[in-house]
Design a protein. Structure first.
Length: 143
């Protein structure tokens, strides 16, 4: 039995392993592992407000700004002033960014499949349900 206090270490190990793997896979695209989650979000929510992205992904605004700036410099994303709130920006994929979607999804899927090797279908469903519950629990933590 794993003691409850070991949970943070296990989650941290998985996070670091993921970051290392992504960093290697993303080199040909000039994307860092830190930009990857934001690019993946835009594939589902193109045009999202930068502040909403920060809130929903639970990153501070400075982190979002740095990541978006790098994606913008690489030609994958463009910022457009929000017509509803001139102080903020909406984020849109460029054609170059949209063209990468199949490859980015494949990188994410291949990593997930490798991580789930040896898990039955039921174990996968249970793991996802438990992780989602943990995310909900973490959402209620004070910021």
């Amino acid at each position: 039995m794993i003691p409850p206090e070991a949970l943070g270490g296990l989650v941290s190990y998985l996070y670091r392993s993921t970051q290392i793997h992504l960093a290697k896979q993303l080199i040909p695209y000039g994307i860092g592992s830190g930009q990857f989650p934001f690019l993946m979000t835009l594939y589902c929510r193109d045009g999202i407000n930068q502040e909403t992205l920060a809130r929903d992904r639970r990153f501070d605004k400075a982190t979002i700004t740095r990541a978006v700036t790098r994606l913008e410099q690489a030609g994958y994303v463009r910022r457009v002033r929000d017509e509803g709130d001139r102080r903020s920006y909406r984020l849109f994929l460029t054609e170059k960014g949209r063209a990468l979607e199949p490859e980015m999804r494949e990188i994410a899927a291949a990593w997930s499949m490798m991580m789930l090797t040896g898990f039955s279908g039921e174990e996968r469903r249970l793991l996802m349900a438990l992780l989602e519950r943990m995310m909900e629990n973490a959402t209620f933590l004070p910021e």
